[in-house]
Design a protein around this ligand. Structure first.
Ligand code: PGA
Length: 268
């Protein structure tokens, strides 16, 4: 149905790496992957807020894009503990991750709030990385596709079509994420990516909708990364634990790059 011509590979370090861990990780990842043309891949890292300023300066922006794990939609106000788009602009991050399943499940963020964040991130010139995914219970009850459609329709409601090229979507089934997660099979992931692409096309029309990159996340590792990236409509991987050692992330990158290029050639 669609393809993007570069592969999207990134990690969110959650609440694990402090400033020095983040800087060491970024420097190593940059050095290990410097020889790879960034026309072939978009490499991104989403560290903790406290590390963002130094992270942004630690590696060239055209080598590794830096993102924030969350953002409030308002520019300023009585919102103790929140971080505004203007503050993140000042730091110079490129990506805002919106609606990671931990934000939805543990911090009860709703689709409507996430929509405010998407709109605000786009209006402030960021790339909005909207995460969607069904829970185990929703999957078992046969609602997964409905949930994905709803999360996308509400999450992207009112987006200015001119800003759509700054939207990325991550499909991260809740049951697949983290230490207790089981990775989705490549077939299951591909089927859900098709639902997502189809929904994006429904919202934005064929050309624009199909051009939005959709990344898979949830227990991606060295074994399943190659088979996932070979699937149609999987434009990238959003990796947690397996990417947190730069050397292992580099291995995954090098395994998937040729497979993604081959898939792109076949699509043309
Ligand atoms: P995981 O995390 O790869 O460790 O399952 C994925 C995520 O939370 O984005």
């Amino acid at each position: 149905m669609s393809k993007t011509n570069k592969v999207y590979l990134g990690t969110n370090t959650k609440m694990y790496k402090n400033i020095s861990d983040t800087l060491a990780f970024l420097t190593q990842l940059h050095e290990l992957t410097e020889d790879i043309s960034r026309d072939l891949m978009e490499l991104f890292v989403i560290p903790s807020f406290t590390a963002l300023d130094q992270a942004r300066k630690a590696v060239p922006q055209n080598s590794i894009s830096i993102g924030a794990q969350n953002m409030h939609w308002q520019e300023k106000g009585q919102f103790t503990g929140e971080i505004s788009p203007l503050m993140l602009k000042e730091v110079g991050v490129k990506i805002i991750e919106i609606g990671h399943s931990e934000r939805r499940q543990l911090f009860k963020e709703t689709d409507i709030e996430l929509n405010h964040k998407v709109i605000s991130a786009l209006e402030h010139g960021f790339t909005a990385l909207l995460c969607v995914g069904e829970t185990e219970e929703q999957k078992e009850n046969g609602y997964a596709d409905k949930i994905l459609r709803m999360q996308l329709k509400i999450g992207l409601d009112g987006v200015n079509p001119l800003r759509v090229n700054n939207i990325w979507v991550a499909y991260e089934p809740v049951w697949a994420i983290g230490i207790n997660g089981k990775p989705a099979s490549k077939e299951y992931a591909a089927q859900k990516h098709l639902v997502i692409k189809d929904t994006l096309i429904g919202i934005f029309g064929t050309k624009i909708g199909a051009s939005i990159p959709v990344l898979y996340g949830g227990s991606v590792n060295n074994q399943n990364a190659p088979e996932l990236i070979e699937m149609k409509n999987i434009d990238g991987l959003f990796i947690g634990r397996s990417a947190w050692e730069a050397s292992n992330f580099n291995k995954i990158i090098r395994n998937v790059l040729p497979l993604f290029a081959k898939k792109t050639d076949e699509d043309i």
